[in-house]
Design a protein around this ligand. Structure first.
Ligand SMILES: C[S@@+](CC[C@H](N)C(=O)[O-])C[C@H]1O[C@@H](n2cnc3c(N)ncnc32)[C@H](O)[C@@H]1O
Length: 400
């Protein structure tokens, strides 16, 4: 089976490279309004942001920044299928402007924006991040009443495009093979996530590239990976309009889904190109970590004196529910770069705004910030196979 992955260097306020009704899931994390690291970017997208900040008018700056995100949310409504899901990772911001400290509730503003566009909000996830002790005592130390609570959580806001759920043909393989384990469901569908760096921590890219991760505010691989497994089936396309270093695309490759992304900074695409060779190994490690964790669960459940009613079809292991029987993980066995259709024509017709195609013919290069269109990009064709399991997960020992 093959999946395709497209990355556009361009402005997500106009997703012209993405067709109407062609995306089943959006997983993204926008630049957070009123977090200082994104001030310049927002001011370039709309000079009114810079004016508001300079005059110390936080309320106006907050609204002007969200107005830029709103334009992207408008586009999501167009490209998502009916019943498609949007997952937005966003955190609130605290900031002092004009000597006045307050919180800017990004999550509430984003929720309102989606609801007013006809998306139905679904129960969200609170992602509790590791505590940053240096920021613990904001305000006046141990004296009441002027100290402030420290923000140590972010949200994953979840929306459905319209009122109706997506339909599938009965017993659709692409849905049943994409099932998750019962114990994964219990962990993933909990409304507070505390250990997201735990499960796939060692498998995450970027430990050698902390600087880039800081500058791009990348989320850990496990966030998009979980969301993709929770809210899409095999054959679906996952879009990240704020692609950054491409964590969503990596997760989609590991999870066997198609993907697309938009990113203003061409530099991030170049870094991604260097990492793509590691994807087969990463995908195998992710799949095997899930099976290993299931094996541990089986042992614990048996030790607790509980049994299993079903056997998995593709793995030598019992499962709790009938729906998990057809679960079948995939691994990446090959990655080919595949130039985006239309890149060379654009380079010819937009001389001066786009980069020359690189030697690999991808056209990755200089994008034009604030341009209403994409200027270059790249694509990948990824070959998948059923996950190879070194030692089939053997639960016989646990049974005896
Ligand atoms: C919070 S970061 C996303 C990080 C990403 N989730 C990752 O793991 O690397 C937001 C990204 O959106 C990009 N961005 C901001 N506004 C954009 C726009 N209008 N169009 C396309 N990309 C944009 C920024 O350059 C930045 O890389």
């Amino acid at each position: 089976m093959e999946t395709t992955h497209r990355v556009f260097v361009g402005d997500a306020r106009e997703l012209s490279g993405i067709e109407d009704d062609s995306v089943e899931l959006v997983v993204t994390s926008p630049p957070y309004p009123m977090i200082e690291m994104w001030d310049d970017l927002f001011a370039e997208l709309d000079p009114a942001v810079g004016d508001a900040l300079e005059s110390g008018d936080g309320r106006r700056a907050f609204e002007a920044m969200h107005a830029q995100l709103d334009r992207v949310w408008d586009e999501l409504e167009r490209v998502l299928v009916d019943g498609g899901i949007v997952c937005v990772n966003v955190g609130d911001a605290t900031r002092t402007l004009d000597d006045s400290f307050r919180v800017y509730p990004n999550h509430a503003r984003v929720l309102e924006a989606f609801e007013s566009r006809g998306f139905d909000p679904l129960p969200d996830v609170l992602w509790r991040k590791p505590a940053n002790s240096a920021a613990k005592f904001m305000g006046s130390g141990t004296l009441p009443p002027n100290a402030y609570v420290t923000l140590e959580h972010e949200y994953v806001l979840i929306f459905r495009n319209g009122e109706a759920k997506r339909g599938f043909e009965p017993k659709a393989d692409r849905r049943y093979e994409a099932a998750y384990f019962w114990e994964e469901r219990n962990r993933w569908f909990s409304d507070v996530w505390t250990e997201v760096r735990g499960e796939l921590q060692d498998l995450d890219f970027g430990d050698d590239d902390g600087d880039l991760r800081d500058r791009s505010a990348a989320f850990p691989l496990e966030i998009p990976y979980r969301l993709i497994c929770m809210y899409s089936a095999y054959g679906d396309t996952v879009l990240d309009p704020f692609w950054g270093t491409g964590t969503t695309t990596l997760a989609a490759m590991c999870a066997g889904r198609h993907s697309a992304g938009y990113e203003l900074e061409p530099e991030f695409l170049e870094v991604f190109e260097d990492r793509i060779g590691d994807v087969p190994e990463l995908s195998r490690a992710v799949g095997r970590a899930r099976l290993e964790r299931h094996r541990e669960f089986v042992e614990e459940r048996r030790e607790a004196g509980k049994g299993f009613e079903y056997e998995a079809e593709y793995y030598d292991t019992p499962v709790v529910t009938k729906m998990e029987r057809g679960l079948r993980l995939r691994e990446v066995v090959g990655v080919d770069q595949d130039p985006l259709e239309g890149v060379s024509e654009r380079i010819d017709s937009e001389e001066g705004t786009a980069a020359e195609p690189s030697e690999t013919g991808t056209g990755t290069g200089t994008g034009t910030r604030g341009n209403s269109d994409w200027t270059s990009g790249t694509g990948y064709r990824v070959e998948h196979a059923p996950l190879s399991v070194e030692d089939r997960i053997d639960t016989e020992t646990a049974r005896n």
